[in-house]
Design a protein around this ligand. Structure first.
Ligand SMILES: [Zn+2]
Length: 477
C-alpha cells in the first residue's frame, strides 16, 4: 500500500532543491558579476611618448577608460626620487581624452639625464573594491638641455642671388641639420670620412633673395634644442634682364587647346593662356621642388656641366617677362632657364653624369627630362620633341637624352635648360664655368680639408661649352 504522505514529501524535497539551486545560482551570478566589475581594467594610456625632453617640449597624452569615463588624471615627471605634478584634470572627462602638455624643464626643476613621465588616472566605473591610486603608465625619457654645436669648416666666400654656394660644417648632438637662404630651407648631406662627422650642403640662392637675407646653418636635436650659425659668406646683389613678349592669336590657337584640353568652350583663348601661364607654371614649380627634395646623397657628377655645342642663347636666367596681348599688359612671369637654339630636333646631351628622375610631359615645359646629379644638383631639359631615356636610367655626361622641339609653351624649336639646386632654379652660367666651380665649390672643400666632389680637380675636367651670349632673335620660352 502506498503511503499517502510520500508524494508531498517528495515535492517538498524538490522545492528545497529548487530553492537551493536558485540561491546558489544567484550567489554564483552575483559573485561573478562583482568579479567581472572588479576585473574591468581601468584607464589605459595610448600616448606616443617622446624619447627626449628639452627646454620646452610639447606632447599630447591620450587616455581612454575601458568602461565609464575618465574621472581624474595627473601627469607627473619624476627624477632622482622627487616628482613634480605637470597637470591635473578632474571631473567628467569623457571616455577618451587628449591632454596637451608643455614640459618646461626650468619650471619643473629638471636636470640633464634620465627621468620618467608618469600618468596617474582613475575612472568612475563602480567596483566592489576601489582600486588604489597608481600610475597607469610610466615613460622613461632623457632630459637633454644642451643645444647642438655647429662648426663651419668652409663656405663659398661670395654668393649672389640666383646663384649657388657650398658650405661644409660639422654638427655634434644633432638629428637634423639644414641650411637656409632667407625663407628657403635646404638639406645637408654627410661628407668625407665618417670619423670627421662633416656635412656638406649645396645652397641655392633664389633669384629674388633680398640683399640683407640671412644665410645660416640650423641644427636641431631630438629634444628640440636648436642652434644656428651664420654662413661666413657675402651675399651680392645681381641684376636680371627684362623682356616684353607679345602674345599672338596664332600662338594661342596652337597652344591653348593642347595645354588646356579641359577648357570650357566659352573661355577666351587669352584667358586660357593666363591659366596656363600662372596655374600650370606654378604646378611645374611644385613638381621641380618635390623632385629636388629626393636627390642622391652622393655626387654623381664631376667637373663643370656641359652646354650643348653650337647653340645660340635666346633667353637668360631670371628674365622678368611682361606678356602683352593686343598691346595691353596681361601678365608677368620669371623665366627660370636658358633658351638654347640650334637646328630643329638637334641632340640634347646630359650636362653631366646622373640619374634620370623625371621623363615625360611637365605642363608648360612640354616633354621634359630631369637628371639628378646628387647632393641636390639637378638639370632640366624642356620642350623636347622626343625623349630617349626613362626614369632610373644612369646617363653619362654628354649622352643623348632626346631631341629638341617646341612642346609645351614654346614658340619655336629650342632647348629650355635649367640648373636646379634643391629644386630651386639657379643660373647655369656658374655651373658651366670650370673656374667658378674651382673657386666656389672646390676651394671651400679644400679649405675644410675634405674630399673634393668627384675626387677630380675641376681644372682637369673637360672645358665648358662656349660662353653664352645674347641674341636678338625672338624665339623663346
Ligand atoms: Zn625657356
Amino acid at each position: 500500500m502506498v503511503s499517502s504522505g510520500s508524494v508531498p514529501k517528495r515535492s517538498r524535497v524538490k522545492a528545497w532543491f529548487l530553492v537551493v539551486v536558485v540561491v546558489l545560482l544567484s550567489v554564483v551570478g552575483s559573485v561573478s558579476y562583482l568579479g567581472w566589475r572588479q576585473s574591468v581594467p581601468g584607464v589605459v594610456s595610448h600616448t606616443a611618448p617622446p624619447r627626449f625632453v628639452g627646454h620646452k617640449t610639447s606632447l599630447v597624452f591620450t587616455l581612454e577608460a575601458t568602461r565609464g569615463n575618465v574621472a581624474r588624471v595627473e601627469i607627473r615627471v619624476a627624477q632622482t626620487g622627487s616628482s613634480a605634478v605637470v597637470v591635473t584634470r578632474e571631473g567628467a572627462l569623457g571616455q577618451r581624452l587628449d591632454i596637451p602638455v608643455v614640459l618646461e624643464s626650468a619650471t619643473l626643476g629638471l636636470r640633464e639625464g634620465g627621468a620618467s613621465l608618469e600618468v596617474w588616472a582613475r575612472d568612475d566605473f563602480w567596483r566592489p573594491f576601489r582600486l588604489k591610486e597608481r600610475a597607469i603608465a610610466t615613460y622613461p625619457v632623457t632630459v637633454d638641455l644642451t643645444p647642438p654645436r655647429i662648426e663651419v669648416l668652409g663656405a663659398t666666400r661670395y654668393v649672389a642671388a640666383g646663384g649657388s654656394g657650398l658650405v661644409a660644417f660639422r654638427v655634434t648632438g644633432a638629428s637634423r641639420a639644414t641650411v637656409s637662404a632667407g625663407k628657403l630651407v635646404e638639406p645637408s648631406f654627410p661628407w668625407g670620412p665618417p670619423e670627421r662627422g662633416a656635412r656638406v650642403a649645396l645652397v641655392a640662392l633664389p633669384w629674388d633673395l633680398a640683399p640683407g637675407a640671412s644665410l645660416a646653418i640650423t641644427a636641431e636635436d631630438e629634444a628640440g634644442n636648436v642652434a644656428s650659425r651664420a654662413l661666413p659668406s657675402e651675399l651680392r646683389s645681381r641684376r636680371f634682364p627684362r623682356d616684353r613678349i607679345e602674345i599672338k592669336d596664332a600662338f594661342l590657337q596652337a597652344k591653348v587647346p593642347e595645354l588646356l584640353p579641359q577648357r570650357s568652350p566659352s573661355q577666351r583663348l587669352v584667358d586660357g593662356f593666363l591659366v596656363i601661364n600662372r596655374e600650370l607654371r606654378r604646378q611645374a614649380e611644385e613638381t621641380k621642388r618635390r623632385i629636388g627634395a629626393s636627390s642622391a646623397e652622393t655626387p654623381l657628377w664631376e667637373g663643370p656641366l656641359v652646354q650643348p655645342s653650337r647653340t645660340k642663347v635666346f633667353a637668360n636666367f631670371a628674365e622678368m617677362r611682361t606678356y602683352l596681348y593686343g598691346g595691353r599688359e596681361i601678365d608677368k612671369q620669371v623665366h627660370y632657364g636658358y633658351d638654347l637654339a640650334s637646328t630643329r630636333q638637334s641632340s640634347v646631351p646630359a650636362a653631366n653624369r646622373g640619374a634620370v628622375v623625371f621623363a615625360g610631359p611637365l605642363t608648360i615645359y612640354g616633354n621634359t627630362v630631369i637628371v639628378d646629379h646628387g647632393l641636390g644638383l639637378q638639370t632640366l631639359y624642356a620642350h623636347l620633341s622626343s625623349i630617349e631615356v626613362k626614369v632610373g636610367d644612369v646617363v653619362a655626361r654628354g649622352q643623348e637624352l632626346g631631341r629638341t622641339g617646341a612642346t609645351g609653351l614654346a614658340m619655336g624649336d629650342h632647348l629650355h635648360f635649367e640648373v636646379l639646386v634643391n629644386g630651386v632654379s639657379v643660373t647655369p652660367l656658374e655651373w658651366w664655368d670650370a673656374k667658378w666651380i674651382r673657386d666656389h665649390i672646390t676651394k671651400p672643400l679644400r679649405e675644410a680639408g675634405l674630399p673634393e666632389i668627384g675626387g677630380v680637380d675641376a681644372r682637369a675636367a673637360a672645358p665648358a661649352g662656349r660662353a653664352p651670349g645674347r641674341n636678338a632673335s625672338r624665339q623663346r620660352n
